[in-house]
Design a protein around this ligand. Sequence first.
Ligand SMILES: [Ca+2]
Length: 338
Amino acid sequence: MRLNRNLLITLCLIISVIILLGCEENKEWKKAQQANTIESYQAYLKQFPSGKNSVKAKSAIENLEWEKAEQSKMLGDYLIFMKKYPKSPRYAQAKAEADKLMIPKGKDGRLMTLIPEGEFEMGCNEGHEDEKPVHKVFVKAFYIDIYEVTNADYKKFVDATNYKKPASWKEPTLSGADQPVVRVTWYDAQEYCKWAGKRLPTEAEWEKAARGGLVGKLYPWGDKLFHDYANYYGTGGKDFWEMPASVGSFDPNRYGLFDMAGNVQEWCADWYDAKYYSSSPNQNPTGPKSGTSVVVRGGSWGDDVQNTRDSGLRVAKRRFLDPYEADNYTGFRCVMDK
Ligand SMILES: [Ca+2]
């Protein structure tokens, strides 16, 4: 008799917990539906990954991500949609839209995308002195390489022009066909660009492109740095590399550009001047007339990120190098006028 009573109490308790959990799940699901945002459905799924509405939540997120891409028409949104939903009925449409936005251009035939003309906020008031003040800059439309220039791309240039080979080609860990070319000086990079019918980006073009249309963010994707987003010192998450990764190993930013943070830092066209922002023109700035060092941007696989302010991967972080320097951390990508 006593055993039966205890059993009954236990059963009642279990049923109560199940009912309570069910109520909680219904409440969270209603909350997710009312907000009807990607974040709200993600919050529901985090709490109830196998909940009774989990399939509906995943489908709602897919729909919202598609709407986001269709509204923005941005290459990065389409590319990320394709990567996340390879079996989606909308995949073919996403691919068709993305293909329209990636155009092979120049003698090297590399894929470029158009960065629309317009103003953006350059610099970072929380950064180092040379990043201040945040100021509005208008940049005319330009095409930019989706990927960093690879060893395979650079080989086409070397073969066509008999230009000297980078010393990195003797190193097995730096000479992969799809790895970004390194140990090229600023002058080497300029020669490649000239051959391809292109040029190096100005510092303003580079920063606008890296921001990917986001405003006031620290990185091309937002404000937090994880190994899932980029290749920098050490490994973790989706960063498996102690050396430069094959280009395009991480998600692109919303403009559809890969590796704007990490992997290799990139030569820009401008001479470096720490005080340049206080007197730079607000339309298509091209840097000081002369200097002794040149701007490099984006941080690299060698960046040991101890604190945010010093992180070379920040979109506003300014670095500089001797233009004759040819190190393991610096590569480039090209731009072209519209
Ligand atoms: Ca790494």
